[in-house]
Write a protein that binds this ligand. Structure first.
Ligand SMILES: [Ca+2]
Ligand SMILES: [Ca+2]
Length: 112
């Protein structure tokens, strides 16, 4: 007796492959534009330098002092007011490093 083997269907299921995990959002301290771990006058100068160069800082979220999703003169005024005129502290995360509680398009590349 001759047994015939039925051809096995070859089905590639690509939709079930695990996707590459998305990178975790960077942790930062809002206002720490230069990434040295504290909010100080040096961060004001860093913001001014980035405004003059018309480039975003590596961790743009840190320069978005009011967490509006954009970086502008109000952010510079707010950090100056916080440092010198007892103004409101930067929006969270402002005491310890954490991820942006209100995700936006700015992003944050950790400084090395
Ligand atoms: Ca700093
Ligand atoms: Ca945000």
């Amino acid at each position: 007796m001759v047994r015939r083997l039925l051809p096995l269907p070859v089905i590639l299921v690509v939709s079930g492959l695990p996707a590459e995990p998305a990178p975790e959002p960077a942790r930062f301290i809002r206002g720490d534009v230069n990434g040295d771990g504290i909010v100080s006058q040096a961060d004001v100068f860093s913001m001014i330098r980035f405004f003059q160069s018309r480039r975003l800082p590596p961790c743009a979220d840190a320069a978005d002092i009011d967490d509006s999703g954009t970086i502008g003169i109000p952010d510079l005024i707010n950090i100056v007011a916080f440092l010198y005129w007892r103004g409101q502290p930067p929006a969270p995360p402002s005491r310890t490093a954490a991820v942006d509680p209100t995700p936006d398009d700015l992003g944050c590349q950790p400084l090395e």
